[in-house]
Design a protein around this ligand. Structure first.
Ligand SMILES: C[S@@+](CC[C@H](N)C(=O)[O-])C[C@H]1O[C@@H](n2cnc3c(N)ncnc32)[C@H](O)[C@@H]1O
Length: 198
């Protein structure tokens, strides 16, 4: 098992995503957006990988600020930015000190790879960036996840609920299941979060 996020093959993972459709969490985020949030709408995607969800948001009328540390996705993100209002940045999320104001913050299976103090810092920054009525759509990992023994942020349900103070929770789906990850068999403990900033 990988002992740290530095050991994870994110480039291989992202390359393998090339032909998949956008994730249901991205679709749910758009469906949850209140009609009162007027255009132009802005979205942030944290851990965007090769930009499949960023493309989907941009094709649905959002200007997207997309962040990922994986250098290998830079050419794909540059191509995306040439076609659509997507602004990619190759950066370690732990190094971000400010994010642009946004109506939507999306992060699919990425925030848990940050160590807890970086995670907490970024969480405060993203909450500040999210406008009132804005939608938060993120995957978080739980304490029973196989990877909870590695570095990263693995949360109890109480901790997840604490993070969501100040939000109207639209969905908090906790799941434990056996399955596979890109690197092999794995027990998953996940939270799918959909919430609206008050
Ligand atoms: C499991 S992948 C998910 C990618 C994409 N969101 C998806 O759903 O396919 C995790 C992503 O987080 C990125 N990532 C991991 N740690 C990061 C960090 N510290 N800063 C920025 N990106 C990071 C990886 O490069 C990778 O693209």
């Amino acid at each position: 098992m990988q002992q740290s996020s530095a050991d994870r093959d994110f480039s291989g993972y992202n390359a393998a995503q090339a032909n998949r459709p956008e994730r249901p969490l991205a679709r749910a985020a758009l469906a949850a957006m209140p009609g009162t949030v007027t255009s132009p709408r802005t979205a942030i995607e944290l851990g965007c990988g090769r930009g499949i969800e960023s493309r989907f948001l941009a094709e649905n009328g959002y200007t997207v600020h997309a962040y990922d540390v994986d250098q290998s996705v830079a050419p794909t993100l540059r191509e995306l930015a040439a076609d659509l209002p997507v602004h990619p940045e190759i950066v370690d999320l732990a190094e971000i000190s400010v994010l642009p104001g946004a109506d939507l913050v999306l992060s699919c299976a990425s925030l848990p790879f940050l160590p807890r103090d970086s995670f907490d810092g970024l969480w405060n920054i993203l909450v500040t960036a999210l406008r009132p009525q804005g939608i938060l759509a993120v995957d978080l990992f739980g304490v029973h996840d196989d990877w909870a023994v590695t570095d990263g942020t693995y949360l109890s349900r109480d901790e997840v609920e604490e993070l969501l103070e100040g939000f109207e929770v639209l969905e908090l789906a906790e799941e434990e299941r056996g399955g596979r990850s890109f690197s092999g068999p794995k027990h998953w403990h996940t939270f799918r979060v959909l919430a609206r900033r008050r």
